[in-house]
Design a protein around this ligand. Structure first.
Ligand code: PGA
Length: 253
């Protein structure tokens, strides 16, 4: 059975002064213990936030990593470094990385492989742009993105990776995919994953998830959790989303 997971992608937000009360407020609340909760602050705050999360069940994740393991790669951060500061998760292939920083399917696949090789769990983002959805190419895009990764890591290697379905047109726009669209896509991704012999892979949804829509996306969208951007910067909304996932807890992790 797949455990529920809610990850907060802080993107390029936060400061030491803002992070501490946010993390404290998240840690102060009980009632979401049955789900896995992950915070993904910017790299410079990972060690700090990691210290705050020590002795808690909330896990640390990064937003990006290098595909390289070490060397003359100015400005890059390796999987081993992320492990060294306590990360267990890393977001890979976020649409902002794909579209603003030109990360193609092969680079995303190499990053996933680098994460897996060092024991990090990648949260692999897949998603179509609006023009691709309108052209009826949504399935093809998602399949191409997933197959590129599995082609490199192999089925065994992909093992514990998590998939986040994030339609590009719904990210940071306030436009959430409706529950029907989310359900159709999560089911499609599970079918494609099963056809690649990836069984039991967790499929999250991301894209303008908030305290109001989380419960219905969870139940009707049949997702295993969420990758949350904007709403993860406020403890109340992030916790409400965690609560919605927790309420769908089925007694198995
Ligand atoms: P959003 O971002 O929740 O602000 O739309 C989601 C994401 O980019 O992961």
């Amino acid at each position: 059975m797949r455990s529920k997971l809610v990850a907060g992608n802080w993107k390029m937000h936060g400061s030491r002064a803002e992070n501490a009360p946010l993390v404290e407020a998240i840690l102060a609340v009980s009632g979401i213990e049955s789900i896995e909760c992950v915070l993904c602050p910017p790299h410079v705050y990972l060690a700090d936030v990691g210290r705050m999360l020590r002795d808690s069940s909330v896990r640390l994740g990064a937003q990006n990593l290098s595909a390289e393991s070490a060397g003359a790669f100015t400005g890059e951060v390796s999987a081993a470094m992320l492990r060294d500061v306590g990360c267990q998760y890393v977001i890979v292939g976020h649409s902002e990385r794909r579209h603003l920083y030109g990360e193609d399917d092969m680079l995303v696949a190499r990053k996933c492989a680098a994460a897996l090789a060092r024991g990090l769990t990648p949260i692999l983002c897949l998603g179509e742009q609006l023009s691709e959805r309108e052209a009826g190419r949504t399935h093809e895009v998602i399949e191409r993105q997933l197959e590129a990764v599995v082609g490199l890591t192999g089925i065994e290697g992909f093992g514990r990776a998590v998939i986040a379905y994030e339609p590009v047109w719904a990210i940071g726009t306030g436009l959430t995919a409706n529950t029907e669209q989310v359900r159709e896509m999560t089911e499609h991704i599970r079918t494609v994953a099963a056809s690649l012999s990836l069984d039991g892979v967790r499929v999250l949804y991301g894209g303008s998830v908030n305290a109001e829509n989380a419960a219905s996306l969870m139940k009707e969208g049949r997702v295993d959790g969420f990758l949350v951007g904007g709403a993860s910067l406020k403890a109340e909304s992030f916790l409400a989303i965690g609560q919605a996932a927790n309420d769908c807890y089925d007694g198995k992790r």
